[in-house]
Design a protein around this ligand. Sequence first.
Ligand SMILES: [Zn+2]
Length: 189
Amino acid sequence: MRHAQVDYSRRDALLVVDMQNDFCEGGALAVDGGNALVADINAEITTAHQAGALVVATRDWHPVDHVSFAHRGGPWPVHCVQDTEGAAFHPDLRLPADTIRVSKATAFDADAYSGFDGTGLGDYLRDRGISRVVVCGLALDVCVRATVLDARREGFDTLLLESLSAAVDADMVAACRREFAEAGAEVRP
Ligand SMILES: [Zn+2]
């Protein structure tokens, strides 16, 4: 079921986190329920864009032999390698032409879960006059979590649309909700 409608304005940015093939069913690091989010996220993008909000799409964008991969001692299987099909945005995701695309974790020797980590996104959004960040995408307990917490650290009002997100580990969701609340982020079911 979709959340209550968000009143978007030009001071909002909708952050669509990592809606990439490798994080959806059939991908290298698939999150259950990833594919099913696409239609509702597309509707959210349309609503936000029509209201003049900025649309930002982050993507995990690793070099071959990235430090987060298991054969390098990292926690994850090989995923989201630059310029591969797995790293591409979901084929049904409809991003407006003026979407800001943010690539993260592009260095060999460092991983990054948050869309703000090492990307300059916080300064960019401030320069654009953005005061609130609305977050959706994958995965709720990994990169969405890190992005929500960093958005608060960066001083943005932060709203997570939980029905437009899915977790790697469903058992982590309750703990994530508590963390978001403690950080001052609003969670809309
Ligand atoms: Zn990654």
